[in-house]
Design a protein. Structure first.
Length: 331
């Protein structure tokens, strides 16, 4: 679990990023490619992008495994264009590089650092320069063709968060960042692969919506770096091309079955909690939760934490599936 500790001063210094962060999207999209997260959301992008991945990307994946710790210095806190981010990466202080490499070795005991990492350890500019060049090439080739669509999706999410802020204050924003979010001032708790505490100490927090962040939010391991919380957005499932097929992808196959059809149909009437959906489907809350998870993985349902309950709603793709009766299921 990740626990973020706020002070009153921190609440006044929370910001929502206005644009996607190129370096976080590079890192998160690398995770998607390595994990082969196909299906409805990323399948079309992955099929188009995989053949174009530059060979130099191996320099990045060596320090950014699909599971586990990735070095913090790959996502520098810098604004501006992708070129500005590359310059920030090239200017990474040697002490941070050494600290991150030690952390990488500590947390990824089954992975060995590549031989060329010696250049990083010795502070040779060619080492960090090659990493920056690889990141820039990957961005231009893999993310560049989709960047405007990615930006639109992230900006829409920011607009939704801003509307929640105007209506309910930061309590409304923090409690709905993710289905796992538990906001009880002064601590925000979130699902996280390791147990970690982040004490803001008056520095505030940057909320960074991320297009390729999937499942749980993430943050930097080094607590001395500027605090940032990278969180998933709610996607338009037809973001890649207008012709995207909503029935394409293995995740969608999980819908076949009467219980999930009943749950999806019930959500067409409006938002509902897990308990309410369980009663409508005539099943237990744990069983309903398992089926809702499958629906969410197929991008048919979205879930947001609200006070002490999780509210589920049907997505545009879920409505399209119900209206078209694509699976031939009648409930």
């Amino acid at each position: 679990m990740l626990r973020i500790h706020f002070t009153g001063e921190d609440l006044g210094r929370i910001r929502i990023a206005s644009e996607p962060d190129p370096m976080w999207e590079v890192l998160m999209s690398l995770h998607r490619l390595r994990r082969r997260d196909t299906g409805v959301l990323f399948g079309p992008w992955m099929r188009e992008s995989l053949p174009r991945v530059p060979s130099t990307t191996r320099l990045l994946t060596a320090l950014a495994p699909p599971v586990g710790y990735s070095v913090d210095f790959l996502t520098p806190a810098a604004g501006g264009t992708i070129a500005d981010r590359m310059e920030a990466l090239r200017a990474t202080p040697l002490r941070q590089v050494l600290r991150d490499l030690r952390e990488f070795a500590h947390q990824n005991t089954t992975r060995r650092l590549p031989s060329w990492s010696r250049e990083l350890v010795e502070g040779e500019p060619e080492g960090i320069g090659r990493l920056a060049d690889a990141a820039h090439s990957y961005f231009d080739t893999v993310l560049g063709p989709f960047w405007e669509r990615i930006r639109v999706q992230v900006c829409r999410d920011r607009s939704r968060r801003s509307a929640a802020l105007a209506e309910g204050g930061w309590d409304a924003v923090l409690s709905t960042l993710h289905p796992s979010a538990q906001w009880d001032y002064p601590v925000l708790r979130l699902d996280f692969p390791v147990d970690q505490d982040l004490h803001l100490g008056g520095r505030g927090l940057l909320l960074q919506p991320s297009f390729f962040c999937r499942h749980a939010p993430t943050t930097l391991a080094d607590p001395t770096l500027p605090p940032v919380l990278v969180h998933p957005i709610e996607h338009d499932t037809f973001w890649t091309t207008p012709e995207a097929n909503p029935a394409d992808g293995r995740a969608l196959a999980a819908l076949i079955g009467p219980t999930r059809a009943v749950l999806l149909s019930a959500l067409a009437d409006g938002a509902a909690t897990t308990g309410q959906l369980a009663r409508r489907a005539g099943t237990t809350p744990p069983n309903a939760s398992r089926h809702i998870t499958a629906l969410r993985e197929a991008a048919l349902v979205s879930s947001l934490r609200h006070r002490n309950a999780t509210l589920h709603t049907v997505t545009e793709l879920g409505l399209a599936l119900l209206e078209g009766d694509s699976l031939g299921i009648h409930v």
